[in-house]
Design a protein. Sequence first.
Length: 232
Amino acid sequence: MVRFKSILAMGVAAAMSIAFSSTSFASTFTGSSTLNVSACCGSGPFGTVTGTVVSSSEIQISVSLNSGFQFISGGQDAIFAFNTDKAVTIDNISLSGGQSSSPTPVGGGTTFSLHMDGAGFFTGGVQDTGNGASNPLGNSLTFDVTAVTGGLLFSDFISNPTGNLFAADISTGCTTPGTGVTCNGSTGIVTNGGGSVVPLPGTLPLLGSVLFGGLGIARWRKNRRGPAPVVA
């Protein structure tokens, strides 16, 4: 009986290992992504994120917000944030379509350290100074991301533990882009949507097979032994 319990325990552990170590994020970057989810700003889409290969180690990221939206500095660690699975530098930053801006790079390592409220932590991004919706910064952002060593692919842009590839700090209710733009709507974080970490298809049935198989063996062993002897 002890041996059987050991075999069953090992089988369950193996199935659980396959089910929960082989995980997949719902988001991947293939060169284009839509900012379409928020808890602050109504229904999306709010804008698009586009990647352009500059060289084997450099990708230009362009973020274009849709009409009525502007980047703002609302107390987050970045006005726009992303994740990479390798160390990168962030430069050649341009932000236009707002009152005024002075964007700077933040992060660039592989640690999820930049907080975007409700969207989790990110590894890199662009920050700016401002006073929330009273200082709209722009609606068109571009910057270059370059690998510190080796090459850089779209697949090196990854989801954070919350499931988000990208996040932007924005305001709604904005007038025509330019130095005279004003905003009088909601403010907050919008993302590409993301998702949670889930077992890959087919792994949960495997776990169930191990459990039910173990129960079947236990029942067979019990029936084989027959009824327990009656003690007078």
